[in-house]
Design a protein around this ligand. Structure first.
Ligand code: AMP
Ligand code: GLY
Length: 417
């Protein structure tokens, strides 16, 4: 099977790594990729947002499957363009990707499907914003309706800050604050059958102790020893399957990866958000534990064959990933600095710990930082404590001037396990 992966983050590196380990994959391509992905796949300089260019590349390569990693190409309709060219694609249509692309649309689907989520108002005027903030009280949750790379949400006790964020956005969703631990649960779907993966937890805030601004995600771990063993089945029944059924009923079936961001509140599970693609960095830990070869799973989702897929097999190992970010991330990051220590990790920590690249590029023999989240170190172990130790040992070998990482990824879960 010839596979083309679209994207350039650590999520795409994790996808390429798993695909490269799958004996069914005979050729692996990626566009545009990064310095790390270049070691697993052949890179192509194609704009991920350009559907015509991506589908032309897929046809030229004779790809059997295209896997679209990030949300922006999906929302731009890149999966539709590839599908129209006759190539199977893992990733939803532009219409179905609105589950992620518009928070107001997602709320509408959830209401129709009876999926539990925070009560909310969609507001476009200052008066409506004031009324909604008043109705829910503090802490205030204000979400930009459109895509914002994880940075469009403000959760604050300060009414002025909440109003300022609402004013900066054209259309906002203001919703009830959900208290309780967050879980990311992914499911692979062909539009009908839904196959959940293992749950993970992400660390959204920039600094230790969940302080600082929201980011795209600073680390993750799986499994969740503290979670109810019935959680996955419950979310499949109450969230994932009803949402996929509702999208099909509307004539816009959702196929690909449905990501449910959940809060486990005192009153039960509530959806915080949907995403239409694998989460980053959760994918790094989920795929580290998946034993079933990946290509067949993604192909079954792309071609309507999930009902016939064997149950997924999972390792009992724990996995932890720690993101190394540039100075000043999630603000405008400092880039262009050399990253060293990568060979030491490969020589001393593999196979239990390895580096997945995000914002990196090669310059001669050097690897340079080229984005906010630069790379993530992923490690496995018999439990979270061992996986954490291995991940942080590898992180300590990597040098990048001004870089930052959280030191408490999976710490409290490991202590409680
Ligand atoms: P989102 O982009 O919707 O995932 O929101 C980013 C982060 O904001 C989430 O991971 C939560 O930590 C927080 N958040 C979003 N919605 C709520 C809510 N209703 N209550 C509490 N926290 C929230
Ligand atoms: N880790 C959060 C996301 O991928 O949206």
């Amino acid at each position: 099977m010839k596979v083309l992966v679209i994207g350039s983050g650590a999520r795409e590196h994790a996808l390429c790594r798993s695909l490269s380990l799958d004996p069914a994959v005979t050729a692996l391509h990626c566009a545009p990729g990064n310095a790390g992905i270049a070691e697993a796949a052949e890179l192509h300089r194609v704009d991920a947002l350009d559907g015509a260019a991506v589908s032309a590349l897929a046809v030229k390569l004779g790809a059997d499957l295209v896997v679209v990693g990030p949300e922006a190409p999906l929302v731009a309709g890149v999966a539709d363009a590839v599908r129209e060219a006759g190539v199977p694609v893992f990733g939803p249509s532009k219409e179905a990707a609105r589950l992620e692309g518009s928070k107001a649309f997602a709320k509408d689907v959830m209401a129709a499907a009876g999926v539990p989520t925070a009560r909310s108002y969609v507001c476009t005027t200052a008066e409506a914003v004031d009324a909604a903030l008043g109705a829910f009280g503090a802490p205030y949750v204000v979400k930009d309706d459109g895509l914002a790379a994880g940075k469009g949400v403000v959760v604050t006790g300060d009414a002025d800050a909440a109003k300022a964020h609402a004013t900066a956005c054209e259309r906002v969703v203001i919703e009830e604050y959900l208290d309780g631990p967050e879980v990311s649960l992914f499911a692979v779907t062909d539009g009908e059958t839904v196959v959940p993966l293992q749950p993970a937890q992400d660390f959204k805030r920039a600094l230790d102790g969940d302080e600082g601004p929201n980011t795209g995600g600073m680390g993750a771990y799986s499994p969740l020893p503290w979670a109810d063993p019935g959680l996955v089945d419950e979310v499949l029944r109450t969230v994932l399957q009803p949402t996929v059924d509702e999208m099909r009923r509307r004539g816009t079936p959702f196929s690909g990866l449905l990501y449910a961001g959940l809060a486990i509140t005192g009153r039960g599970v509530r959806v915080i958000e949907f995403n239409a693609r694998f989460g980053d960095p959760e994918t790094q830990v989920v795929l580290a534990r998946l034993q079933t070869p990946l290509a067949g799973v993604l192909m079954a989702a792309a071609t309507g064959g999930l009902a016939h897929l064997e149950p997924l097999r999972w390792s009992d190992d724990a996995a932890v990933t720690v993101v190394v970010a540039s100075q000043n991330y999630p603000g405008t990051p400092r880039t262009g600095d050399p990253i060293t220590g990568l060979e030491e990790v490969a020589a001393q920590d593999a196979p239990h710990a390895y580096v997945l690249h995000a914002g990196t590029r090669r310059d001669g023999d050097a690897v340079l930082s080229a984005g906010g989240r630069v790379l993530s170190v992923t490690a496995t172990g018999k439990d979270l404590t061992e996986a954490r130790d291995r991940a942080y040992t590898a992180v300590s070998r990597i040098r990048l001037e001004g870089s930052q990482h959280r030191s408490d990824i999976a710490a409290s879960a490991a202590a409680k396990a």
